[in-house]
Design a protein around this ligand. Structure first.
Ligand code: DDH
Length: 287
């Protein structure tokens, strides 16, 4: 039997728009990074869900097993403890909301509040014990190439178009030497969801950064922006590149594809029967 119990039917007792608003309220607390917890909340939701393997139906956002070692100690998850801790106040205020729903919802809140598309969201994830954690190595390694990207994302059930669409999340946030070894933001507006990642990929000249750290690229002109080796793969690979071009030219198309792919990512491995209520949250500035 699975160590993850099936979800309870949504009893309607939790007002998820209220929980959304509570997460939105803490997004710009303190002086986190570029002034927002948004990017790291998106990364938490992604790393909690991106462990999914469709062949064995293991991993995924159901379980929130990143609460426990060894998953919390996996190199890919370095730095995410800050995001998990930051969300504790919302968990305390809403004990009926599972960690796995909370982390997933926090990613949705962050994307919407930072100006991104509406992400349809469904509650009902159950938390699991450490035994349900997946082995290390299921998340992508930034130093590798196109084959690796396909191995990782096809394993979850994504295609090339969805790989490129999801990668556009790197418009947000930055790399931290203390977490990943890499350094710098991908765009000049790291707390706003835009198609800027695709534009920068195509428009800037990317040169290898001269430093002692891991191999990464910086824009030749200013040296202020960065790309990982896996980011550059998207303009080098014949099948990925047309999607980079389309998304750079058409932000609406990217918003649409990103919303679908991020929703799909959040649903991977979550048992559903099709009767669940789908939430479309209002942004705080629309209420
Ligand atoms: Fe990413 N990402 N990511 N990423 N990611 C990092 C930061 C952020 C890779 C590596 C890194 C996605 C795909 C990939 C975000 C969202 C998403 C960092 C830096 C590395 C390294 C971490 C640090 O130093 O703090 C690689 C490799 C891939 C890939 O091969 C495809 C996807 C699919 C998403 C998504 O959300 C859908 C976000 C947001 C950040 C910024 C975090 C922050 O603290 O800022």
């Amino acid at each position: 039997t699975s160590p993850v119990s099936p979800p309870s039917p949504d009893s309607g007792e939790v007002n998820y728009q209220k929980v959304y608003n509570q997460i939105a309220d803490i997004l710009e607390d303190n002086d986190w990074d570029d002034g927002s917890w948004g990017p790291i909340f998106v990364r938490l939701a992604w790393h909690a869900s991106g462990t999914y393997d469709k062949a064995t139906n293991t991993g995924g956002s159901h379980g929130a097993t990143m609460r426990f070692a060894p998953e919390s100690e996996h190199a890919a998850n370095a730095g995410l403890k800050a995001a998990r801790n930051k969300l504790e106040s919302v968990k305390t205020a809403n004990p009926a909301v599972t960690y796995s729903d909370l982390w997933s919802l926090a990613g949705v809140v962050a994307i919407q509040e930072m100006g991104g598309p509406t992400i349809p969201w469904i509650p009902g994830r159950r938390d699991a014990e450490a035994i349900a954690a997946t082995p290390d190595g299921r998340l992508p390694d930034a130093s590798l190439g196109a084959n690796h990207l396909r191995d990782i994302f096809y394993r979850m059930g994504f295609d090339d178009r969805e790989i490129v669409a999801l990668s556009g999340a790197h418009a947000l946030g930055r790399c931290h030497p203390s977490n990943s070894g890499f350094d710098g933001p991908w765009t000049a507006s790291p707390t706003i969801v835009t198609n800027g990642y695709f534009k920068e990929l195509l428009e800037k000249k990317w040169v290898e950064k001269k430093w002692k750290g891991p191999k990464q690229y910086v824009d030749k002109e200013t040296g202020d922006l960065m790309m990982l080796p896996t980011d550059l793969v998207l303009i080098q690979d014949r099948s990925f590149r047309p999607w980079v071009e389309k998304y750079a030219a058409d932000e609406k198309l990217w918003f649409n594809d990103f919303a679908n792919a991020f929703h799909k990512l959040q649903e991977l491995g979550v048992p559903r029967n099709g009767s669940e209520k789908v939430y479309y949250f209002k942004r705080t500035d629309e209420q």
